[in-house]
Design a protein around this ligand. Structure first.
Ligand SMILES: [Zn+2]
Length: 60
């Protein structure tokens, strides 16, 4: 099974930490065992279950 779209991108801020997926604002259709997402140095993390991408929001 492949996820072929890039629509599951979530902008997150420090107030959302620690990040978990599925998040509180997500629909039930994306539900899976709850896990915590770690962001890399670029401020990006991917959920291994649903492929949701989390990006830290930067105010520049
Ligand atoms: Zn997920």
């Amino acid at each position: 099974m492949e996820i072929a779209n890039n629509k599951n991108i979530y902008q997150v801020t420090s107030s959302d930490y620690p990040l978990s997926c599925p998040g509180k604002n997500m629909s039930k259709s994306e539900s899976h065992p709850k896990i915590f997402i770690k962001l890399d140095k670029k401020g990006e993390g991917v959920c291994p279950y649903c492929g949701a991408i989390y990006r830290a929001h930067h105010n520049t």
